[in-house]
Write a protein that binds this ligand. Structure first.
Ligand SMILES: Cc1cc2nc3c(=O)[nH]c(=O)nc-3n(C[C@H](O)[C@H](O)[C@H](O)COP(=O)(O)OP(=O)(O)OC[C@H]3O[C@@H](n4cnc5c(N)ncnc54)[C@H](O)[C@@H]3O)c2cc1C
Length: 415
């Protein structure tokens, strides 16, 4: 098995998990990664005493696949307080734990976001989804999430003040067109688990998987130009002959015949600012309902102190849609931050921005898992990546595991 040439294209979560699973069956795969590091969409930079994740993202502690592959204690996970701070102009109010304990939210606090009936519906939805298996959730007929919420009977008030800003920040699209299967899955995960980041940033997640690899080799700066049969053409002109190939990146990147087959991805711009101190002083996400540029904000050092070692607070700001140049965007965001905090915009010192054009795949048919047979596209080529299932850490891991199982299966004798 060790001698089999198994190549994995991409060192994101799905590629790393595929390698880990192949090692467990005695294979020694080779990962070809176009960039100079692992992690794909999950990376953390160190800049001027700050830890900057490439885009605001969180690990949900209820993700079944993450529980299998990650040691939460060793990651020293830092959890967010459930709920959100909601900003309405200069006013702000906190809604605590709406997806786990909606009935515990005291009347006054809830009345700002929704009606009494919304509260009861939140409770029934929580109970229903806790009982529903993930597989069952992904077998439901899908509606756009905004339609699902209306049909469930939620008021416009709670849809606009809570669901929209909260789920826009997760789906990375403004209109909540994402299929309701994803809404139910994420809602359930928040009902069962907590949003968290590793103490030292999201990049610790792929790093932990990499540390579990022992015989896998990773070739960095090795972009693949195309895959033809069992041959991999690298962009530098070299070719590699493979026994099996796992394409752990959206396959149109390396199979030109698939170009145009995927809808444009959801994108986000994540800006970081530093401030003398946090104006939340609690590990909570801040939501801005309405049509501002800014959708959600978080002081990352309120969640994990390690995100700032220079004494200043680190504010992560997510902007969903903007065609502004960076300078104009920074100014516009500073003005919105001033409007909600009363702190002069210029005091928010710009640190860095990440524009991520391919943040989440745009998918119609969301799935929780796929049978091994479906990720095999020829006798030698297999697929992995979140785009096969749904845009999440859990899905990326599941897809990597399934592709590896399919490769292992292909070596089993057939009777
Ligand atoms: C801003 C943002 C927020 C998110 N928020 C959350 C969240 O809160 N919760 C959650 O569960 N998920 C979230 N996600 C989704 C999650 O990060 C992804 O689902 C997961 O990281 C995808 O892993 P992957 O292996 O499928 O793909 P990728 O991470 O994209 O990995 C693909 C790899 O292939 C490499 N590559 C590309 N082309 C080539 C080539 N030609 N040759 C060789 N290598 C190549 C890339 O460099 C990359 O390393 C978020 C993602 C982003 C970007």
């Amino acid at each position: 098995m060790e001698k089999e040439k198994i190549y994995i294209i991409g060192a994101g979560l799905s590629g790393l998990i595929a390698a880990l699973e192949l090692e467990k069956s005695g294979f020694s795969p080779i990962i070809l990664e176009s960039s100079d590091r692992i992690g794909g969409r999950m990376k953390t930079d160190e800049v001027d005493g700050f830890l900057l994740d490439h885009g605001f993202q969180v690990l949900n502690t209820a993700y079944p696949e993450a529980k299998k592959y990650l040691d939460f204690q060793a990651l020293n996970l830092k959890t967010f307080d459930p709920g959100a701070v909601i900003f309405e102009g200069k006013d702000s109010y906190i809604i605590t734990d709406p997806m786990r304990n909606p009935l515990k939210i005291v009347g006054m606090a809830f009345s700002k976001v929704g009606t009494f009936l919304d509260k009861v519906k939140m409770f029934t939805l929580t109970q229903e989804l806790k009982k529903k298996s993930n597989e069952a959730i992904f077998k439901e007929p899908s509606l756009p999430t905004h339609q699902y919420l209306k049909d469930y009977g939620f008021s416009d008030q709670i849809i606009n003040n809570f669901f929209k800003p909260f789920f826009r920040g997760i789906f990375l699209e403004k209109h909540l067109n994402t299929p309701s299967r994803m809404f139910e899955f994420i809602f359930k995960m928040f009902a069962l688990g907590q949003a968290a980041v590793p103490e030292k940033g999201m990049g610790e997640i792929p790093a932990m998987i990499r540390r579990q690899l022992s015989t896998t080799q990773i070739y960095f700066n090795s972009p693949v130009e195309k895959v033809e049969g069992k041959t991999i053409h690298l962009r530098n002109g070299e070719t590699l002959e493979a026994d099996r190939i796992i394409i752990a990146v959206q396959p149109d990147k390396v199979m030109k015949q698939l170009q145009g087959q995927f809808a444009p991805a959801h994108q986000v711009t994540n800006l970081y600012f530093s401030l003398h101190k946090s104006f939340f002083a609690r590990p909570m996400i801040g939501l801005l309902p309405g049509d501002q540029l800014v959708n959600n904000i978080v002081f990352m050092d309120d969640v994990s102190k390690a995100y700032s070692t220079n004494g200043r607070a680190l504010l992560s700001v997510s902007v969903l849609e903007s065609d502004m140049g960076e300078k104009d965007l920074i100014k516009a965001v500073q003005a919105e931050l001033e409007a909600i905090s009363g702190i002069k915009g210029e005091y928010f010192k710009f640190v860095k921005a990440y524009t991520i054009p391919y943040a989440l795949p745009s998918l119609e048919d969301l799935r929780y898992s796929i049978p091994m047979t479906e990720c095999k596209i020829t006798d030698h080529v297999y697929l992995a990546g979140d785009y096969l299932l749904n845009g999440s850490i859990n899905a990326a891991m599941t897809s990597g595991r399934t592709a590896a199982e399919a490769v292992v299966h292909s070596y089993m004798p057939t009777y």
